[in-house]
Design a protein around this ligand. Structure first.
Ligand SMILES: Nc1ncnc2c1ncn2[C@@H]1O[C@H](COP(=O)(O)OP(=O)(O)OP(=O)(O)O)[C@@H](O)[C@H]1O
Ligand SMILES: [Mg+2]
Length: 252
């Protein structure tokens, strides 16, 4: 399966929105292939359509044109093996952490064993937080709770929309490391949207740059050397971040 190239295929995707009687084209001619257990970063200026693209892949909005095929089937609605972590955690403030973590699985009628729940909490270092409300947690803890909730859905595809924004650099790098180690242990692919150049290079085997001007993919950068936490100290990492910065500067 890993080499089939048919895990996720986005072909000629376009999306326009109707706002106050006017149609605005947000995405146009987006092509993207993702293999099983692959990871891609998406970067681009605010408003260029990154969240829209993730929502379309999650089956939560209908494309205006083009197709999205997931494991051989055309996506036409929410997919239970695709989990989405939203831009602002998506936690319910009135529910305790314990309920927030299990909510998605309960909605999808996935049976959770105590053992499974305990192992995900351990993996993400959020044991002992069940009785807190999200407002009582730090940003990093909230983010890990949101990630735990997504992982409990047994996703084969994880979509992450700026998951580590608004978190201090050290915590952020720890969370990036956690994501990579969970990724190495479990069987899924992920797409991460980020505004952070280092994060994009640290987490994506390919980096896709969306542009505002043409509503499409402005550049694709291969990044085969990523994959372990030492990569940040590798001269190649520095080179790729510089290259990506140059691409982004030319866009704006
Ligand atoms: N449901 C909607 N109805 C109308 N317009 C929308 C809708 N969703 C998004 N848009 C518009 O589409 C464009 C792209 O939005 P999107 O949220 O995908 O951008 P983004 O790249 O994720 O931006 P950011 O980096 O700020 O999160 C914006 O101009 C936005 O106003
Ligand atoms: Mg967005």
């Amino acid at each position: 399966m890993a080499s089939s190239g048919k895990f996720l295929t986005v072909a000629g995707l376009s999306k326009s929105f109707l706002n106050a009687g006017r149609t605005s084209l947000v995405l146009d001619g987006i092509d993207l292939d993702l293999e099983f257990r692959d990871c891609v970063s998406i970067v681009g200026p605010s408003g260029c359509g990154k969240t829209t693209l993730l929502l379309a892949i999650a089956g939560l909005i209908d494309p205006t044109g083009g197709t999205i095929t997931f494991r051989g089937d055309r996506i036409s609605g929410p997919q239970h093996r695709i989990a989405l972590v939203l831009q602002h955690y998506g936690l319910f403030p009135w529910k305790r952490v314990g309920d927030n973590i299990t909510l998605g699985a309960r909605l999808q009628r996935i049976t959770l064993s105590g053992e499974k729940l305990a192992s995900v909490k351990k993996e993400l270092d959020i044991e002992g937080l069940d009785h807190f409300y999200p407002a009582q947690l730090s940003g990093g803890q909230r983010q890990r709770v949101a990630l735990a909730r997504a992982l409990l859905l047994n996703p084969v595809m994880l979509l992450l929309d700026e998951p580590f924004a608004a978190i201090d650099t050290v915590t952020r790098e720890r969370l990036q490391n956690s994501l990579l180690s969970v990724f190495a242990r479990r069987k899924f692919s992920f797409i991460i949207v980020t505004h952070n150049i280092e994060e994009a290079v640290f987490l994506g085997r390919r980096i896709i740059v969306l542009g505002n001007a043409q509503n499409g993919i402005a550049a694709v950068m291969d990044n085969p050397d990523m994959g372990n936490s030492d990569y940040r100290n590798d001269p190649v990492f520095f080179q790729r971040t510089t290259e990506l910065r140059n691409i982004l500067e030319k866009l704006e």
